[in-house]
Design a protein around this ligand. Structure first.
Ligand code: BES
Ligand code: ZN
Length: 586
């Protein structure tokens, strides 16, 4: 038996699934999906076929000619879920599994009409990364194994279905509609994605449209209106876009991430709708994943930095091309602060601050942090500094070419660096970057004239004329650089002069509220609680709950707030925040 992914029961000696045919009926009343999954194998198998599942109810498993096949569902393991073992008779190329999901499926969030912008229709969406696809479809839920798929999804007629796939058709039958999708490119299972709700779209470019609820769509179409320019800039940097369309879906506020790079249909949090396009670096990031992540994919969570570190690097190159090096430099500086904070937060887990990790037995959602993003970015920048930008850009093209539509490990990466850029790994001290904790001393520093001006200010308050010219990124960087906690007087002065609690930019708002809450500045607490009731993006929930819970005066507020709002958070966020509260005795 060879298990090559610590988060999957997939046995590398068994035949690989290459294609999924999914027929699903979405039942909003019962909060379940009734489904049939037909899995096609690369080669005919015999004997056990192990699949990952989580809280699925299996009705039956059938072979080639419809004959019932023997199967067993193992007891659930804490992180992995339950292994579904199917006994394949000799010559089996295809199995069909009839099953239903659980109302608690970890990938799915079911929203009542009242939890949507329109208030009339329910909403369902999935978030499968890292290991939640198994709560929707029984699969070899490891990015080592890529699949193509076809899906037919049945919903109430008032709803639209969207998937990270090509749209084929919509047919209405009685009270229901069946929407068909086809995904011709092979994807890792964590990129399976669907949403259903009252959704409309606006075209914003020849290859792109923006989906959202009707009351949000105009705002979203404007905010993300630069997407085609981004696509063109990215293609110039990284080569042709391989996924046909690049559409985006504006999610309900409870979406647990800023963005998710579901192929052909990026999911984005509505907290990006600042009204001034100041947060579109997240869009650039998800677009960049079309090359780094979706084309070249980490083989498992131990090599997650290959997905995110490369993508942060690519995001900042797009940003530099469109907005200049100064802006990209400010973002890099902000990233560096986030990295230091993440490392400090992992003082009990220094091994989680390596680039190559060992997450056997560890829930990837629990170990999630900015480390693979920003340390990965710095490692690539360190290599770039040694070889120069032209040579590094040429290497990147070779990397994308060598590993396109494949799933790779850190060792595959270092082997290619050794071949294409001999001697460089030793020069940058790659060993320390990859297997050592923290940030090596040769980490490149962010450069930007505006960054220097900020650094010169230190912890002093900015003059009004200076502050007036600050972008939201400069505000975030300034706030993140102040001591946590600061004095209440300093908070009061900031509040009085700049009213940051009214900022329409969530990065600025949450940086301010985290500072205020961790400094015991009580007047900010109601606003903190308001934000915790409005958004479910973990990047905001985590620092705000942490600030409230680490402070004895507000620990009770954290507990009460979570009790009140937890049902409106995605299952992944519920689990992560419960962990934070527990750790802080709230
Ligand atoms: N793929 C990630 C989101 C993710 C990672 C979901 C791991 C589940 C498990 C996505 O591309 C991402 O990194 N989003 C960031 C964007 C930011 C770095 C610009 C986010 O959500 O904040
Ligand atoms: Zn990412």
């Amino acid at each position: 038996m060879a298990r090559l992914d610590p988060h999957s029961c997939n046995d590398a000696a068994q035949p690989e699934v290459t294609h999924l045919d999914w027929k699903a009926r979405v039942d909003f009343a019962a909060r379940v999906i009734e489904a049939e999954a037909t899995l096609e194998l690369l080669s005919a198998g015999q004997g056990p076929l192990d699949l990952d599942t989580r809280e699925l109810t299996v009705h039956g498993v059938f072979g080639e000619d419809g004959a019932k096949l023997a199967y067993s569902l193992a007891p659930a393991e804490p992180v992995l879920g339950s292994r579904l073992r199917i006994e394949l008779p000799a010559g089996t190329r295809r199995v069909r599994i009839a099953y239903r999901t659980s109302p608690q499926a970890s990938a799915l969030q079911w929203l009542t009409p009242a939890q949507t912008a329109g208030g009339k229709q329910p909403f369902l969406f999935s978030q499968c990364q890292s290991i939640h696809a198994r709560s929707v479809v029984p699969l070899q839920d490891t990015p080592r194994v890529r699949i193509r798929f076809r899906a037919e999804v049945r919903v109430p007629k008032a709803l639209r279905v969207v998937m990270a796939a090509g749209f084929v058709r919509r047919e209405e039958q009685g009270d229901e509609a069946v929407e068909t999708f086809e995904m011709p490119q092979a994807i890792p299972p964590y990129l399976l994605a669907l949403a259903a709700g009252e959704l409309v779209s606006r075209d914003v470019g020849p290859r792109s449209r923006v989906w959202a609820e009707p009351s949000v769509v105009e705002k979203a179409a404007w905010e993300f209106g630069g997407v085609d320019a981004m696509l063109l800039a990215a293609e110039k940097l990284f080569g042709p876009y391989e996924w046909d369309r690049f559409d985006v879906l504006t999610m309900p506020p409870s979406f647990p991430y800023g963005g998710m790079e579901n192929p052909r249909l990026t999911f984005l949090t509505p907290t990006l709708l600042a009204g001034d396009r100041s947060l579109v670096n997240v869009l650039a990031h998800e677009l960049a994943h079309s090359w780094t992540g979706n084309l070249v994919t980490n083989a498992n969570a131990n090599h997650f930095w290959l997905n995110e570190g490369f993508t942060v690097w690519a995001e900042r190159r797009i940003q530099e091309a469109l907005s200049g090096a100064d802006v990209a430099g400010l973002h890099a500086a902000l990233g560096r602060r986030g990295l230091e904070k993440a490392i400090a937060g992992f003082k009990d887990h220094p091994e989680w601050t390596r680039l190559r990790t060992d997450f056997a037995g560890v829930d990837p959602d629990e170990a999630y942090s900015e480390v693979p993003y920003e340390k990965g970015f710095l490692f690539l920048r360190a290599i770039e500094e040694v070889v120069g930008r032209p040579a590094f850009d040429a290497f990147l093209r070779k990397y994308l070419d060598a590993f396109r539509f494949r799933s790779i490990t850190t060792e595959d990466f270092t082997a290619l660096v050794d071949k294409e850029l001999p001697g460089v790994l030793a020069k940058v001290n790659a060993q320390e970057w990859i297997d050592g904790p923290g940030v090596p001393a040769n980490a490149p520093l962010a450069r930007s004239a505006r960054l220097e001006a900020l650094q010169a200010l230190g912890t002093n308050l900015p003059a009004d004329e200076v502050a007036k010219r600050w972008t939201p990124t400069e505000w975030s960087l300034y706030l993140e650089s102040l001591p946590h906690p600061s004095s209440r007087e300093a908070c009061a002065e900031l509040d009085r002069r700049f009213s940051l609690g009214k900022s329409g930019n969530y990065e600025v708002l949450v940086s301010w509220l985290s500072l205020a809450a961790s400094s015991g500045f009580e007047p900010a607490v109601p606003r903190v609680e308001e934000v915790l009731g409005k958004v479910g993006r973990m990047k905001y929930l985590k620092p705000l709950y942490t600030a409230l819970a680490t402070n004895s005066a507000t620990r009770e507020n954290a507990r009460r707030c979570f009790e009140k709002h937890k049902d409106s958070y995605h299952p992944i966020a519920q689990q992560v925040i419960a962990g934070i509260l527990k750790k802080n005795g709230a």
